[in-house]
Design a protein around this ligand. Structure first.
Ligand SMILES: Cc1cc2nc3c(=O)[nH]c(=O)nc-3n(C[C@H](O)[C@H](O)[C@H](O)COP(=O)(O)OP(=O)(O)OC[C@H]3O[C@@H](n4cnc5c(N)ncnc54)[C@H](O)[C@@H]3O)c2cc1C
Length: 533
């Protein structure tokens, strides 16, 4: 059995950052295990993410359990399965969340996670050269963040429409204040996706103290009493083991991290016993506290020609876009998936916005093979509460590491989530019906004029909404009985074991989850090194 100082399971947004920082010191021998492939040709192309959404070569392709809140549908739960993890297939929007999100985590008892604590980490990890205030923005970090192409007039029109319904223009939602409408900041540089594989791993491939193994599925943790001493894994079916002299860091993401703990006998005793898994350590929070953004996509017909990508990126239009991208790295294929977003207040008197709207200047049809650009010209605007209170869970259904866990979201179980979802949809409607939109000859396709009451809108949400692929919380950080890790991300009751990824978030923060996951990876590495000193 090979032995390392540190073994990291999962090379995603967080895991790649952990591996980069731990291996900076040549004295640390580090093994990074990744279940997926080293790369995929669609990944570096920003809009290539659409080609990976339903692609088993780069995606775990999970499905949620059917439930009442989804009108019995099973939702597609996309998760990146390659170096870079979900950062290598995502929509490239770069959003940190609000100061209040992190202050709330600290208030819950998580010392070291207030906004004042995490701001330096956010600054350290990014290189943002498109503006912003140095108090809030970093200039020399590994992740390149840029403002995408602003030249398309469609965005200026929507910004003007938002202004007419009281939503201000705020060019830097990652700065002092989040509220307002803005072009999405993006993990895209010179037309290329800035995944954590590209930014954190590519530059350090030649470090002799770092071994990166791909197609390596972590199957269980090796525990000696209450200490984790290594990992059992398989590479294309061949069983292997590696020892960890110092620590194992689980960074498999919100679906897979609790799965790995449960497969290793860490979790709810009754549940594990029923599956024939030997209970090594009872920890009731493992797999609980699942949260995600349940986001209805409002759909709009655009009667004026040439405005949307339905007119400009289908057939010959797509051939032109591909040529343009190939020659200049510009145009449709270099875009962030939702180029425009608004952080808005559901009502007056709130300290910070609680709803998110995101615009995609085209209509898409979801097919079993993935999204295709619709023949009809139009726009999509998703609209949802940012800090949902409904909680679901993820649990293994078998002792077989190859079997997907059961994912139950339990969306809309907290009444406030339904109320705020309706409010978000109504604000999207008010923007799209604002006078500035008139030249576009807008018609409402969905929810549509025939769905007017709150109950009608919620029925439509249940039948049509998808997530925005932001699951968090299943290895919650905290000190209460349902917490899985403490504020230094150490698994309660097991030495030598941490979790570092989106699963440790106690609550879903206000926005997208890639930047916070990278921050968690950076912060985890800093704490691990501090604790080893
Ligand atoms: C389609 C899509 C679009 C998104 N769009 C955006 C966006 O525009 N902006 C944004 O901020 N966020 C977006 N997100 C969310 C964001 O990308 C994720 O929240 C973030 O990447 C999660 O980071 P993580 O480190 O927790 O997990 P991941 O990045 O998912 O990494 C987990 C890694 O661990 C590996 N792994 C899992 N289990 C094992 C195992 N047992 N053994 C070995 N390896 C394992 C996985 O293959 C994966 O590489 C999107 C996500 C998806 C899927």
């Amino acid at each position: 059995m090979d032995t390392y100082d540190y073994i990291i399971v999962g090379a995603g947004s967080a895991g790649a950052a952990v591996a980069h920082r731990l291996s900076e010191n040549p004295a640390n021998k580090v093994l990074l295990l990744e279940a997926g492939a080293p790369s995929n040709p669609w990944s570096p192309i920003p809009m290539g993410g659409g080609k990976l959404l339903y692609n088993p070569a780069a995606n775990w392709l999970y499905k949620s359990e059917p439930e009442a809140s989804t009108a019995g549908r099973q939702l597609h739960v996309a998760r990146g399965k390659l170096l870079g993890g979900s950062s290598a297939i995502n929509g490239n929007a770069f959003v940190r969340g609000q100061a209040q999100d992190y202050d709330h985590w600290a208030q819950l008892g998580n010392r070291g996670w207030s906004y004042a604590d995490v701001l330096p980490v956010f600054k350290k990890m990014e290189s943002y050269e498109s503006g912003g205030d140095d108090t809030y923005r970093g200039r020399g970090g590994p992740i390149r963040v840029t403002n995408p192409d602003h030249s398309d007039p469609v965005f200026a029109t929507i910004i003007a429409a938002a202004g007419q319904v009281g939503i201000r223009h705020n060019p830097d939602y990652n700065g002092a204040k989040q509220d307002g409408i803005a072009m999405s900041q993006a993990t895209i540089f010179k037309g290329k996706r800035q995944s954590t594989a590209h930014c954190y791993l590519d530059p350090i491939r030649n470090r002799s103290n770092l071994r990166i193994e791909t197609f390596a599925l972590g199957e269980s943790l090796i525990l000696e009493g209450s200490r984790c001493v290594g990992v059992r894994y398989s590479v294309r079916g061949e069983k292997r083991e590696a020892g960890a002299g110092r620590e194992v860091i689980v960074s498999g993401g919100t679906i897979n991290s609790p799965q790995l703990l449960e497969l290793s006998g860490i979790g709810q005793a009754e549940r594990l016993r029923a599956l024939g898994i030997e209970v090594k350590h009872e920890l009731n929070g493992v797999g609980e506290n699942l949260r995600d953004h349940f986001a209805p996509r409002t759909r709009w017909g655009i009667g004026t020609k040439g405005i949307t990508y339905n007119d400009r990126a289908r057939g010959l239009g797509m051939a032109w876009q591909a040529l343009r991208y190939g020659l200049t790295r510009k145009g449709f294929l270099s875009n962030v998936a939702a180029p425009l977003r608004a952080f808005v207040f559901s009502r007056e008197g709130l300290e910070a916005p609680d709803l998110l709207l995101g615009w995609v200047p085209m209509l898409l049809e979801l097919t079993p093979k993935g999204p295709i650009i619709s023949k009809q010209s139009g726009m999509t605007c998703y609209a949802h509460p940012m800090r949902p209170e409904s909680k679901g869970h993820i649990h293994v259904t078998s002792a077989d590491p190859g079997r997907p866990p059961a994912i139950s979201f339990n969306f809309l179980s907290a009444p406030i989530d339904a109320e705020l979802t309706v409010r978000a949809v109504r604000i999207a409607q008010s923007v799209m019906h604002a006078p500035a939109m008139k030249p576009f000859n807008v018609t409402e396709i969905a929810p549509g004029q025939d769905r007017r009451t709150d109950a009608e809108i919620i029925d439509w949400v249940k039948a049509a909404a998808e997530t925005t692929y932001h699951p968090v919380g299943t290895c919650k950080m905290g000190s209460d009985p349902m917490a899985v890790v403490d504020a230094r991300l150490r698994v309660h009751g097991i030495a030598g074991l941490r979790v570092a990824d989106a699963s440790i978030m106690p609550t879903l923060m206000s926005g997208n989850t890639n930047a916070p996951s990278i921050m968690i990876g950076e912060k985890a590495a800093a704490m691990i090194l501090e604790d080893a000193a």
